[in-house]
Design a binder for this molecule. Structure first.
Ligand code: SF4
Length: 646
């Protein structure tokens, strides 16, 4: 197929220099991420209906800033908005991480088939470029600051290369302010900034030292000032410094915190910050004090495990230098909330490890405890060691480590024991009682609330009302009792923090129930019976060959597959919608896959509206069609995927 970039400049017969007729048009896309521990879908859906996702795609906004100023650029994030089926563009650039790879592949294929020049980049393309062989016209490997402008120049001259590789770490002091103006920031709960890249530590499983090196590089304070100034008029208050370890280079971290404290003071504290740091920050009271003074309200710590042998095995030396529980409480005492990652599946882990993890997480009071299975990401020391030992499962894609699957074959327990122990631990951590216990174990260490004073009292009250009506009261008497117990004797100034933890707890609980736990036997039997009733109800259209229904109750999540044939009419669809709606509302662990062989004739519009209505169930509904995008269907509301067979 003729590439679309060819016609936008012409060559005069006597002058070989290309004469541009119009600017190059670039569309940048962040593919939809599958639901995970990190997506907090319950809180977004039930409490913050005007928000669609947690973080905007900062990498794409930075790439846009590196693009020639006369190019026309637009950014689409499939997590918050539909993707254009036929964008007015010369180049379609797709980014993303390993978890987004299946969707990246579909979109690359779709836009390439349509004749666009398709570029792929992002962390997974940098870690595993061979995975993308043949999928894109141009592959960007590594940091983009130097190679992206080079690609743009080559493209303007009609000679885009196949691969641009950045072998060495780039100097961040020249990175421009991200094009925040191209992002719909109001659709996210948090904006993102980056001060540094790289981490001095070398945890065996981590891809950061591989991607960004061990010598942390930082932006200048003037750059951060410009970025804050660009964000301030947007009205965004919550800002996440996406640095992998903000204190990787302490002298510069200190200077940054001092600058931020001054900035906040002089602008009446417009921002509330969060970031990732290593646990050993707890041993540096001066730096911790500066973190708090700068307006940091939460940190993400990589605690991973309370087992010293497993920490030593993973090379996580910075976690071995003190008592981890004490470290967490130091943050609480300084008014900083703690989120943390935990991992099971290290070589030293046995079936007893699950109990130790549970006791630690409970005692620490950490509500946002991202529990994952050890996963080997390509090019990490762990991946290379396990490859040598032939302990990699090649049938599992190393992406999200919180989905109950991993590519690592464990050493001191069987794979099934590990998966079952993991599912049981996730379930235990998300009972109402466990959520409440952790809140109490946390709040007793607080001297003041880390939740900033509310700027919009009415909005906060309505979030609280929704939490009570859609979460607490729906959880039954046990949930109400646990909620009240979690607040019992707690200072009212800390109640907002407790409510935040309940929202996080409900979100993680919903994800766990749907994707990690095995659905209870009674629920599976009940679903089966109900589906038989559905089949009876839709007997006529099924006999006419309009639908095929098929239930897979023993997989996670329980999946109802409905094939809609071309002969299906509006009346048949109406009957099906009423029952499916009822079914999805009644069975929270049920997911629905609608397979469209062809768009039914005559009820095209109705079908699109119908699918749009099912968008209320978000990740629970997937539409399979022959293409990755269907005109008129919002792929940010229901997952649209390419039908591969049958
Ligand atoms: S401290 Fe964190 S970012 Fe640094 S290597 Fe270890 S896991 Fe990676």
């Amino acid at each position: 197929m003729m590439a679309r970039y060819a016609p936008w400049w012409v060559v005069h017969p006597t002058d070989p220099k290309p004469v541009p007729r119009r600017p190059v048009r670039l569309v940048l896309i962040n593919p939809r991420s599958p639901e995970s521990f990190w997506s907090f879908r319950w809180a977004l859906r039930e409490l913050l209906p005007d928000k669609r996702a947690i973080n905007p795609p900062l990498g794409l906004a930075t790439l846009a800033a590196l693009t020639p100023v006369d190019w026309e650029i637009s950014i689409f994030d499939e997590n918050i908005e539909p993707l254009p089926t036929d964008p007015k563009a010369d180049i379609v650039g797709i980014g993303g991480m390993a978890v987004q790879f299946p969707r990246q592949r579909e979109l690359l294929h779709y836009y390439r088939e349509k004749g666009y020049h398709v570029v792929i980049g992002g962390s997974y393309a940098s870690l595993s470029p061979s995975t993308y062989e043949g999928l894109a016209d141009t592959l960007i490997v590594g940091e983009a600051e130097l190679v992206w402008p080079e690609f743009c120049r080559d493209f303007e001259h009609g000679l885009p290369g196949k691969q641009y590789c950045q072998p060495d770490p780039v100097d961040l002091r020249h990175t421009p302010t991200p094009r925040f103006d191209l992002l719909n920031l109001s659709a996210y709960t948090t904006a993102s900034l980056q001060f540094s890249r790289g981490c001095p530590y070398l945890c065996e499983f981590c891809d950061i030292p591989v991607l960004f090196g061990r010598k942390p590089r930082t932006k200048t304070l003037a750059q951060i000032h410009n970025e804050l100034e660009a964000l301030r008029p947007t009205g965004i208050h919550d800002v996440f410094f996406v640095d992998d370890n903000l204190i990787g280079y302490r002298p510069r971290a200190k200077a940054l915190l001092e600058f931020l404290a001054e900035y906040q003071r002089s602008h009446d504290y417009p921002f509330s910050f969060g970031t990732e740091v290593s646990v050993n920050l707890a041993t540096d009271p001066e730096l911790l004090g500066r973190l708090r003074a700068a307006g940091f309200r939460w940190v993400f710590l990589g605690i991973e495990t309370p087992d010293m042998a497993s920490l030593a095995e993973a090379g996580k030396k910075q976690n071995l230098r003190g008592n981890l529980l004490d470290a967490v409480r130091v943050f609480y005492r300084n008014g900083i909330d703690v989120f943390s990652g935990f991992i099971v599946g290290f070589d030293h882990d046995t079936v007893e490890t699950f109990e130790r993890q549970y006791r630690f997480i409970e005692a620490s009071g950490i509500q946002v405890a991202m529990l994952g299975l050890l996963t080997a990401v390509p090019r990490t020391p762990l991946y290379e060691r396990l490859q040598r030992d032939r302990r990699l499962r090649l049938d599992v894609q190393p992406g999200d480590n919180t989905g109950g699957q991993t590519n690592v074959v464990p050493l001191r327990m069987s794979y099934d024991e590990m998966a079952a122990g993991y599912a049981a631990l996730c379930a235990r951590l998300t009972t109402h009682r466990a959520i409440a216990t952790r809140i109490r174990n946390k709040l007793r260490y607080y001297r003041e609330s880390p939740v900033p004073r509310q700027r919009d009292g009415q909005a906060s009250r309505s979030v609280l009302r929704r939490l009570i009506t859609r979460g607490i009261s729906k959880g039954g008497l046990g949930c109400v009792a646990s909620f009240l117990w979690s607040l019992w004797g707690v200072r009212p100034s800390l109640w907002s923090l407790a409510c935040q933890d309940w929202a996080a707890g409900f979100s993680i609980r919903e994800y766990t129930q749907r994707y990690i736990q095995n659905p209870p036997l009674e629920e599976r039997m009940f679903t089966e019976r109900y589906i038989s009733r559905l089949a009876r109800k839709l007997r006529n259209p099924i006999t006419k060959g309009c639908f095929k229904i098929d239930l897979e109750p023993f997989r996670k999540p329980v999946r109802l597959r409905m094939v809609i044939e071309q002969k299906c009419g509006t009346l048949d669809l109406k009957a099906a919608l009423a029952t499916l709606d009822h079914l999805l509302r009644g069975f929270r662990t049920l997911t629905l896959v609608l397979v469209l062989k062809e768009l039914p004739t005559g009820c095209n519009l109705y079908l699109r509206q119908w699918i749009d209505r099912l968008g209320h169930y978000s990740d629970r509904v997937t539409v399979e069609w022959e293409e990755a995008l269907i005109h008129g269907i919002d792929s940010s509301r229901v997952a649209v995927t390419t039908r591969t067979s049958g």
